[in-house]
Design a protein around this ligand. Structure first.
Ligand SMILES: [Zn+2]
Length: 95
């Protein structure tokens, strides 16, 4: 029983070590990042990645989609607001 539990501890230690090795990769400094956040293209250095991002087609289409969704959301909010005002007036009248 004792051996079994100590074996389990060893496994967790190894897993923790493996996990700690993975973490630093995900929190790279900005200047070390060489992969485009938008299309996941890998570049040899940060500068070429940064230059690419300025004209990344995926980024452009994502931003266009984002703007479209923002406008749509504004329109929906406006409609809900107007409907609520209508409902409120009907309530006042029916009382
Ligand atoms: Zn890109």
């Amino acid at each position: 029983m004792i051996f079994h539990s100590s074996n389990q501890e060893k496994t967790t230690n190894i897993q923790q070590l493996q996990n700690s090795k993975i973490i630093p990769i995900t929190i790279l400094k900005k200047s070390e990042q060489t992969i485009c956040n938008y299309c996941n293209k890998n570049f040899s250095c940060y500068n070429s990645m940064n230059r690419h991002v300025q004209k990344c087609k995926v980024k452009e289409s994502l931003q266009a989609e984002n703007d479209r969704l923002k406008k749509e959301l504004m329109e929906i909010k406006r409609r809900i607001y107007n409907q609520q005002r209508k409902d409120y007036k009907i309530k006042l009248l029916s009382n």
